[in-house]
Design a protein around this ligand. Structure first.
Ligand SMILES: Nc1ncnc2c1ncn2[C@@H]1O[C@H](COP(=O)(O)OP(=O)(O)OP(=O)(O)O)[C@@H](O)[C@H]1O
Length: 309
């Protein structure tokens, strides 16, 4: 059962500099599926293409190629006009994604009404309260009339999560949802997302550069490097026994307060040349050449600088 299937997604940006223009391939034939009740993490350093994938899933960017196929829980396809109910986003900056002039009540009531989930004023109010309680913002009636600046960063992100649930989404794309929050409250927000996911059987794409939370909160990890998925598999396999030299570099660069430090000791320091044309899949325990995708051309020209964008 699949909630969202991404097939061969490609995104090219045209870069203009003076009279010249060139093409930057930000996402190069990326494919994955999101399943109800499961989390897939997309990890990689800044510039690897994670947010571009998220923007295409949110329909903020149009793909250059490939397909995004959404399916309802009953197996029927999601119609174009229903896509935005089915797939919801939680962005990095809860301040930017909430309107400072509107109350929390307004932020939640609007999608409930727009998506036909509440008809009357009373029904809307009851559902707003229910959403606030589900994200632990209580008492709901004291939170609802407030404006975003009257809440803490963590509370605002909880509102953003509640708003994502309001239209009855089956898929949540969370793009660095805690990276702007105080370290002390990050786990609380991620645990909340995990609980809601279990309760609603949500399919979640968790985009992060943090390998530790990716491992803890995800069933599967996809590692992105320069637009390509270079390694994929069950979270423990990718983190504890990375095979691609880029994943090894990434893990070695991460703080390693737990056992990751021991298992990832051998870091080659550069991307191996052959790894610029292939991906390791832990499911099949084998290397796959990039079929349609181009090799990681920029890194080929400068292998030593490969991971330092
Ligand atoms: N609108 C745009 N126009 C041109 N190039 C872009 C645009 N958006 C992104 N890019 C480029 O596409 C590549 C991938 O960027 P993207 O933001 O997807 O990476 P990321 O892994 O999400 O990084 P970050 O964690 O910093 O957001 C980068 O080289 C970036 O400079």
């Amino acid at each position: 059962m699949t909630a969202l299937e991404v097939r061969d997604l490609v995104k090219d940006y045209t870069i203009r500099s003076g009279l010249r223009s060139s093409t930057l391939r930000a996402v190069d034939h990326v494919s994955f599926t999101l399943t109800p009740g499961k989390t897939v993490a997309l990890v990689g350093e800044s510039g690897s293409g994670k947010s571009t994938v998220a923007k295409m899933l949110a329909r903020l960017e149009r793909p250059t190629g490939g397909e995004i196929i959404a399916t309802k829980a009953d197996g029927t396809p999601v119609a174009d006009r229903e896509y935005r109910d089915h797939v919801q986003m939680v962005f990095q900056d809860p301040f930017a994604s909430l309107n400072p002039f509107h109350t929390i009540e307004h932020h939640l009531a609007r999608p409930l009404r727009l998506h036909g989930r509440a008809k009357s004023r009373e029904e809307t109010r009851a559902l707003v309260d229910q959403l606030l309680e589900r994200v632990n913002l209580t008492p709901a009636r004291s939170i609802a009339p407030r404006r975003p600046h009257e809440l803490s960063g963590g509370q605002r992100q909880r509102v953003a999560i509640a708003r994502a649930l309001a239209p009855g989404a089956q898929v949540v794309v969370a793009d660095e949802p805690v990276s702007m929050l105080d370290v002390s409250i990050r786990l609380g927000v991620l645990n909340l997302l995990a609980r809601l996911q279990r309760e609603d059987s949500l399919a979640v794409l968790y985009i992060t550069h943090d390998l530790a939370t990716a491992r803890h909160f995800s069933d599967e990890i996809l590692v992105m490097y320069r637009g390509h998925v270079v390694e994929r598999g069950p979270s423990d396999d990718v983190i504890l026994t990375p095979r691609h030299s880029y994943t090894k570099l990434l893990a070695a660069a991460a703080p390693n307060p737990d056992e990751r430090g021991r298992s990832l000791a051998a870091s080659p320091g550069t991307i191996e040349k052959e790894d610029l044309t292939r991906m390791y899949d832990h499911h099949t325990q084998s290397w796959h050449p990039f079929d349609k995708a181009a090799p990681i051309a920029a890194a080929l020209a400068n292998p030593a600088g490969g991971a330092s964008s």
